[in-house]
Ligand binder design. Structure first.
Ligand code: ARG
Length: 337
């Protein structure tokens, strides 16, 4: 009698343990992954796409290393609200550019039917380098996607998320059009960061990864041996021709930062968007180009909170060196209001 009760209890305990270790399904991560595969197939055909995807299982940000805790304080993770542990819930990255605002990729918050993901399904994880411990999950107040976002071409791949509660800590600053030639020129170094993973496998890092890559010219990136015309003016490329260093699946929405006048990597120049495979020779990482998308980002933030835009305008010139800085300030004061 006793025995059978114990046996039943033991069986229940095993059942419970089984349930506890069963991997929750991250349908958002899967959706983003499928989106990238479809884009690849559309662009180069199913066969070549399959070849590329099989070529290299690249486990995380490729060719990078674990970031020191606290080095990228503006990095956030988009997590699926229904999955409670951050490691299994993370599906994209994002960048804090203000206490209440995160910049991310439009494709991260776009459902298969084209609609914007309901805000209740997403939380924003702030203030942590590890997906295993620490950080704060913040409720999303609003998601605004760029009105010109094109799911087929990935043009205008940007969105703004407003948080319900303010996130403390240092923010990345948005690169302006006037700053681009000086701070994000061809060959300039940039850092891309994220918890990104591979297509298909289950090897996700739990510590934030970083990799240093140079900015690539539009001409080079649009070359026939590279993306052959797919790079629009809303995109900027970074990476090395030899391959081996790149962002990858799961890094999407996260930051590509360049150096300010004091050599600090704090200026947001790009948002992780797409690529054919990861770290393949001549197939650079493609990023949404903040210099041209900044006006929309700033306007969107301003519309949701008027005090933000004014602050943005006055600080952007401070990132330039000497004469460019005075020219920038002049331009501001001369600019028609
Ligand atoms: N679209 C991917 C994502 O959703 C990011 C791909 C970046 N690829 C690259 N080769 N840099 O996470």
């Amino acid at each position: 009698m006793h025995k059978s009760i114990f046996a039943a209890m033991a069986a229940l305990a095993i059942l419970a343990a089984d349930q506890a270790v069963a991997e929750p399904v991250n349908h958002m991560r899967e959706r983003v992954r499928q989106w990238q595969i479809r884009a690849l197939e559309n662009a180069i055909g199913k066969e070549r796409a399959a070849e590329l995807l099989a070529a290299k299982p690249s486990p995380e940000i490729v060719g990078g290393s674990t970031a020191a805790a606290g080095r990228w304080p503006w990095q956030v993770g988009l997590v699926q609200a229904s999955i409670l542990d951050n490691f299994n819930a993370q599906f994209c990255g994002g960048t804090l550019v203000d206490d209440l605002f995160v910049v991310t990729a439009a494709h991260c918050i776009t459902e298969n039917n084209g609609s914007v993901t309901p805000k209740a399904q997403i939380r924003v994880l702030t203030g942590t380098q590890s997906l295993l411990t620490g950080g704060t999950r913040r409720v999303v107040d609003q998601i605004v996607r760029h009105p010109n976002y094109n799911d087929a071409t990935t043009d205008f791949d940007v969105a703004v998320i407003k948080l319900r509660t303010a996130a403390p800590g240092k923010k990345a600053r948005l690169l302006t059009a006037a700053q681009e030639a000086e701070l994000a020129a061809t060959g300039d170094r940039a850092y891309v960061t994220g918890w990104g993973s591979l297509t298909g496998g289950n090897s996700f890092p739990n510590q934030l990864q970083e990799v240093n890559v140079p900015i690539v010219s539009r001409t080079n990136c649009n070359d026939s041996n590279s993306y052959d015309g797919l790079i629009t003016p809303r995109m900027i490329c970074a990476g090395v021709s030899a391959g081996g260093k790149d962002s990858c699946q799961g890094d999407s929405g996260g930051p590509l930062v360049v150096r300010d006048a004091e050599n600090r990597y704090e200026i947001l120049a790009g948002v992780v968007s797409w690529g054919f495979g990861c770290a393949e020779p001549n197939l650079f990482g493609v990023y949404s180009r903040v210099a041209v998308l900044r006006n929309w980002i700033a306007q969107t933030m301003a519309a949701l909170s008027p005090e933000v835009a004014a602050k943005e305008e006055s600080t952007s010139c401070a990132d330039l060196r000497g004469s460019s800085q005075s020219a920038c300030l002049d331009g501001l004061s001369l600019a028609p209001k």
